[in-house]
Design a protein around this ligand. Sequence first.
Ligand SMILES: C[S@@+](CC[C@H](N)C(=O)[O-])C[C@H]1O[C@@H](n2cnc3c(N)ncnc32)[C@H](O)[C@@H]1O
Length: 299
Amino acid sequence: MDFSFPRYLAAKRGVDDRALNLGVWQALVERLSALEGAPMLRVLELGGGIGTMFTRMVEWGALFHVEYSLVDEQLENVLYGMAALNRWGARQGLEVITDDRRLFLHGEQNIFQIEFFPETVENFIGRVRETRRWDLIVASAFLDLVDVPVLLPFLKDLVAPGGLLYLPLNFDGVTIFEPEIDPELDRLILETYHRTMDERGAGDSRTGRRLFHWLRDAGLNILEAGSSDWVVYPKGGGYTPEEVYFLQSIFHFFEQSLGARAEIDPRQLSRWLNLRQQQVKRGALIFVAHQLDFLVQIP
Ligand SMILES: C[S@@+](CC[C@H](N)C(=O)[O-])C[C@H]1O[C@@H](n2cnc3c(N)ncnc32)[C@H](O)[C@@H]1O
C-alpha cells in the first residue's frame, strides 16, 4: 500500500471519535470550563500528530480561547497538520494568519494560537521545563510509545498546580480480528505483534492498565478513567473510505513489525494479511483494540 502516516492519522480521527471514553471526556470539559476564566488557556499536546485532537476539542466545545503548543517529532506530520488546520480554520469562518510554524485563528467568539514544535518530546521538555507552564497537557495515543515512569515527573513540572493531564487512547494489550482465520496462527501473530511493542526500547503493550500504577506512584490523582476501544466493523455491510484506509494502515503496521521476526514464517504472514484484506473487501472483518483513557489532576 502507498502508506502515509499523516494520512493514517487523518483516517483514524473518526475511529478515535467513536472510541473516546465519554465519561472521561465529560470530566475534562467540566474541569476546563472552571479554568476557562483565565484570559487564555494554555494547552500542550505531546506527540500531537496532525492536530486532530485540537480540532476535536474545539468542535466538541472544550476549547474557546487557547494557546496550543503541539510537539511532534515527525516534520511530515507538522507540515500536514499546519496545512490541514489552515483549511479547517477557513471552513470554520475564522480569520487565519500563519507564519512558519504558528497559526492564529480569530473569530467573534474564539481566539486560537497554535504553535507547532517539530522535535522530540524529550528535547522539547529539556528546553522549556525551567521557563514554561501549561494548564493542560494532552497525550493521545502517545504514552504507549515512550517510557512513562521517566516522563511523568517532567509532566508534573510542566503543569501549573491544579492543572490537568488528559491521556486518552492508551493501548492495553488486547487486539481482536474476527472472524478467525486459523486460531493458532492468529494467536501467534497477535502475541508477537504485542511483543514487538515491548521490545522496541520504549513503550509497553499494556500501557493502559500500567498507567493506574504509574500515575499513583508519581503521586498523581486520577479523576476519571475508562475504556476507549477502537471498534471497526462493517456497518450497513461495509466500511467508510476512512475506515478502509485505517484498516489498511493497521495491516501495514503488522507487516512492518512482523516481516523480519524469527517467530513467524514470512509466507504465512503474507497469506494471513491477504486473507484479512479479502475480509475487508467482503465487508466481513471486525477489528477491536482495547485502550484506556485517563484524566489526571496535578496536586
Ligand atoms: C499514534 S500517533 C498519535 C498522534 C495523535 N496524538 C493522535 O492521537 O492522532 C503518535 C505520535 O507521536 C509522535 N511521537 C512518537 N514518539 C515521539 C517522541 N518521542 N517525541 C515526539 N513525538 C513523538 C509520532 O510522530 C506520532 O505522530
